[in-house]
Design a binder for this molecule. Sequence first.
Ligand SMILES: [Zn+2]
Ligand SMILES: [Zn+2]
Length: 191
Amino acid sequence: MPPQSPIPWFDEFVGVAYRYYDLRMNVVPLFADRKESASLWYDIVHQWIDPLIKIRFLETGDKYWFIMGSDSQRPDTNLSFFKELSKSENYERFKKGHSGEAYLRFGTYAEKSLGDVKKDAVCNCTHEAEDHDEGDGDVCLFNKCNCTKFSSFQVNLLKKKKTVTDIKFLKDVKSDPLVWNCINANKLVCD
Ligand SMILES: [Zn+2]
Ligand SMILES: [Zn+2]
């Protein structure tokens, strides 16, 4: 048998959302394009074997690496996923609340502009749409806020899901083979 070639790494997704949905915490890698996310789900994640799916969070100060992979029923087309992200409140909530189990779903991410949202939609600057001036670049009128353009995002979760029970938060690169492999294969610098 030829030696099994290493599983390629994939980082062309926009982020990861953490949502409480269907009675469980959900880990949701986000894509800009619905078709792309659907085909990656079908070709890759759908072929994964649930108890073998691993999700790792390698924490490096204010940031962390999201690292995910599994053995596949179709090893020749398998991929592993990774992305460096900033810690967020939702991330911390997930870390505290997951209790060893989560649903994995894919989601799509859409930027919304001032014209697309209701008055009480919240901007990334934390102020509502009504606090932004329509016209003139949608500047935030809130006292001392330096936001110059309303922007908000909406996450849509795809229906299909997998149950993940192998979830670890790590600080040390060498303690986990998947993490070690990710850091080396992608020549990531983390300190
Ligand atoms: Zn704003
Ligand atoms: Zn603002």
